[in-house]
Design a protein. Structure first.
Length: 283
């Protein structure tokens, strides 16, 4: 069994606003996958560091924290005001401790042989009929396609379980029905034969995998928002995106719709990354 943890960055609102009052123009849905036997070490290493930092905070008189109090979200890490309002645990840590926690999360990608897939939606080029439901459905469908292709090619004897944040009963049910529809009918490209029937919903504060997906989704969002594909946190992810055995394209990263200029910019960034990696091996 492979676990694929999902999370998003950006708004599902398809509107980009006006020049006077612009809105967020990107939406990213990301999945990070790992083999079930990698999960215990993954979860243990992050949990142990959280508990260690929580003990330091307790001894310093900054509060007593259970593991469920030690949730990490990208917005809280980046935004001191949000951190102060919503995360007493992170607020109790100094900058070095927070950096250490981030390094522990990102280290897991390589240590656990994780694979990444992401959908990037450029809302500036959507058709008028696309609402928030269609936007999310397409993002989800693109990720399911890539997970199915990855599993069929690399791990045909295994299945994949989708793990998502438990947000609300209504949203969970809508997503489960969407997932089940794809399972029954497939889509115009393929049948989903390696993905478990329904997603599993977990509270994000209890799932280090969902928290990792949150951090990674923002890295992809940030790189595409600023069109800066040298952004260090994004650059270190590129080698871990799904690629087919035959061919050198970055199959795990989907930019939609087709008219977006971000497609060619992402391809150029991937080409540059490959060239640097090649020169590094030659050196």
């Amino acid at each position: 069994m492979y676990f694929f943890y999902f999370d998003e960055s950006g708004s599902r609102d398809p509107s980009v606003g006006t020049p006077e009052q612009p809105k967020d123009h990107l939406y990213v849905l990301l999945a990070v996958g790992m083999y079930e036997r990698q999960w215990p070490a993954f979860d243990r290493e992050i949990a142990h560091l959280k508990l260690e930092l929580a003990e330091y905070a307790r001894r310093a008189g900054k509060g007593k924290f259970e593991l469920s109090d030690c949730e990490v979200k990208s917005n809280w890490v980046r935004n001191p005001k949000e951190r102060a309002k919503k995360s007493p645990f992170l607020s109790a840590l100094d900058g070095q401790d927070i950096e250490r926690l981030m390094e522990c999360f990102f280290k897991q990608i390589n240590d656990r042989k994780a694979v990444l897939m992401a959908t990037v939606i450029d809302k500036r080029h959507l058709h008028d009929h696309v609402d928030h439901e269609i936007l999310h459905k397409k993002a989800y469908e693109f990720l399911l396609e890539r997970i199915e292709q990855y599993m069929a090619e690399y791990h045909p004897r295994h299945n994949a379980l989708i793990v998502m944040d438990d947000t609300s009963r209504q949203l969970n049910q809508a997503l489960a029905m969407k997932h089940a529809w794809f399972q029954r009918a497939g889509n115009q490209n393929l049948k989903f034969r390696h993905i478990v029937e329904y997603p599993f919903f977990s509270r994000s504060e209890l799932s280090n995998g969902v928290q990792l997906a949150d951090l990674l989704a923002y890295c992809v969002y940030r790189a595409f928002r600023d069109e800066d594909f040298t952004y260090p946190y994004f650059a270190q992810l590129l080698a871990h995106f799904y690629r087919r055995q035959a061919g050198g394209t970055l199959d795990g990263l989907k930019v939609w719709p087709e008219g977006s200029p971000l497609i060619e910019k992402a391809r150029a960034a991937w080409h540059t990354h490959k060239q640097k990696a090649l020169h590094g091996r030659e050196g």
